[in-house]
Ligand binder design. Structure first.
Ligand code: 5GP
Length: 114
């Protein structure tokens, strides 16, 4: 199986601005930001998308969300707020088949999303 784009970023084969990492997740700046702050938080484990997550991924997914809040705090988004997005499948616009959570902030956002 070939590596996903995000596995190659995690392995430092493709450069990215990493803002946080630990043994389970890596967070780096999106190459094409949709907001002043746009970070992608990815599990080291290459789960293609949320729909493919398994019961054994429970702890990692909880960890990812808690770290998303911590990263948002560290990036100064606490007071103004931020949005977390997980695109799952074609209708959602998923383009990289490696589960990732978008952390977006630094501007007001519309609802519902387009
Ligand atoms: P998706 O559309 O799958 O939810 O999100 C994929 C995200 O990955 C997009 O926001 C896109 O800009 C970002 N992306 C694609 N290629 C690269 C890359 O090589 N480096 C980084 N840092 N982000 C990327």
């Amino acid at each position: 199986m070939s590596q996903t784009l995000f596995e190659r970023i995690v392995a430092r084969e493709i450069p990215a601005t990493i803002v946080f990492e630990d043994d389970r997740i890596v967070a780096f700046r999106d190459i094409n930001p949709k907001a002043p702050t746009h970070v992608l938080i990815v599990p080291r484990k290459p789960i293609p998308r949320l729909a493919d997550a398994q019961p054994q991924d429970h702890a990692m997914l909880g960890h990812l969300l808690l770290k998303a809040a911590e990263i948002a705090r560290q990036l100064g988004l606490d007071a103004t707020g931020y949005r977390l997005v997980i695109n799952n499948g074609p209708d959602a616009g998923e383009s990289v088949p490696h589960l990732h959570c978008h952390l977006l902030g630094g501007r007001p956002m519309a609802w519902p999303p387009g």
